[in-house]
Design a protein. Structure first.
Length: 401
């Protein structure tokens, strides 16, 4: 999408320091706060429902399956409503969906609750990535990695909030209600303040209704798959691993995930400059190697100190993978940015469907260390296919803000 696309926007009279770039970064932050509060409570939900590793793995499939299904058709809705309107509706819907896991009574009901959460999450996640890509192209400079950096900072806040509620032994139903009431309206308000983008004219050519990667996008999709499989599996199983393998208390498990996300944030906040200096291909390969080292340290960790070092390396290693792939996908001209980014989102949910359940089923028979070891090849896969990140330069001249 070129800078000319910005002419189809309606700007509001806002203070000069409230720019579209800062607004979209705030959207990333708000979404991540809501999203992050769930993960430290996974061990508590598991214990309350008396689920084994394999049963928990089946339940976690709900979120990834719902997200995958939603990502295959969400692009059409975003193109019709515009990203801004989709974000507003998505924040409200996700706040409601967050209430459901607390009312689950067995594996099947938890799976359904997480399925609904996965469906609703995609609409905010995909629309904010499409909008960030549009703003980035209009400005003529990279902002995608910093947007995801603000997502990581928001996720840290959410993880700490969830860990605090876990430490206080608060029922998840109260936590979810408090988080939704305080956070979802903020997300809606920030999205409302974004410049209004007029809906694009409908194309007369008939397009396939389900959005998946094209053959030409497969190398990029494979790189994304390797990065996301590592990130998503660590996020889903990290707190459980620290508890079961190293005897960490629930609050410490939440802190471990917060540390992982902190180093993701550091990597993402510096990722735009690193990509400009070293190029996206070199940055992608180096980050994948760092993620593999971090995972190895976590697997062999004899204590929480070594595990913390491993989580730090893991967080830094997976930090820039998804922002780099979103930028590369949105820059392609074979389809609309919404459809290319949506196809990348579908890949992330395929990783969600494969990774966490695979770890759970292996852990059921061989232990959680061996379960996590099954995702080691993912980092190598990302390093091999990092060449797909090469993309045309952004415009050298920035458009007016």
């Amino acid at each position: 999408m070129s800078a000319a696309a910005d002419t189809a926007t309606e700007r509001r009279a806002l203070p000069p320091w409230i720019t579209p770039a800062r607004l979209i970064m705030a959207v990333y932050f708000a979404e991540a706060v809501i999203y992050g509060t769930w993960f430290p409570r996974i061990p508590d939900i598991q214990a309350r429902l008396h689920l084994g590793p394999a049963q928990l793995a089946i339940a976690l499939l709900g979120s990834s399956t719902g997200g995958f299904i939603s990502s295959t058709f969400a692009a059409r809705i975003i193109e019709r409503l515009t990203p801004r309107r989709t974000m507003m509706l998505g924040f409200a819907a996700y706040g409601l969906a967050l209430q459901l896991p607390g009312w689950a009574w067995d594996t099947a009901s938890l799976l359904v609750a997480l399925f609904v959460m996965g469906v609703m999450y995609v609409f905010v996640d995909l629309s904010m990535n499409v909008e960030a890509a549009r703003i980035q192209e209009v400005l003529g400079r990279r902002i995608m990695s910093r947007c995801h950096g603000f997502w990581s900072i928001g996720s840290i806040c959410g993880l700490l909030i969830g860990a605090a509620f876990a430490g206080w032994r608060t029922d998840f139903r109260w936590q979810a209600l408090i988080v939704a009431v305080l956070s979802a309206p903020c997300g809606v308000a920030i999205a409302w303040a974004l410049p209004r983008l007029l809906p694009a004219a409908r194309k007369t050519a008939r397009e396939f209704p389900i959005t998946l990667p094209t053959i030409a996008m497969m190398p990029l999709a494979i790189f994304a798959f390797g990065c996301l499989l590592t990130e998503i599996t660590t996020r889903n199983w990290g707190a459980v691993y620290l508890r079961d393998a190293l005897g960490a208390l629930p609050f410490v498990g939440g802190l471990g995930l917060a540390e992982f996300t902190l180093f993701m944030a550091i990597g993402r906040l510096t990722g735009d400059r690193l990509a400009d200096r070293f190029g996206p291909v070199a940055l992608g390969r180096g980050a994948a190697a760092l993620a593999a080292i971090g995972l190895l340290l976590l697997l062999v960790a004899p204590n929480l100190v070594v595990a913390a070092i491993g989580l730090a390396a893991l967080g830094g290693g997976v930090s820039v993978g998804y922002p780099l792939t979103v930028t590369a996908a949105a820059a392609r001209t074979d389809r609309s940015p919404a459809r290319n980014v949506a196809s990348l989102s579908a890949v992330s949910y395929i990783a969600s469907v494969i990774g966490p359940p695979l770890v759970g089923f292996v852990a059921q028979g061989a232990g959680l260390r061996w379960g996590l070891a099954t995702i080691l090849p993912a980092a190598a896969l990302a390093a091999i296919f990092a060449g797909a990140l090469q993309r045309p330069r952004l415009a050298e001249t920035a458009a007016p803000r």
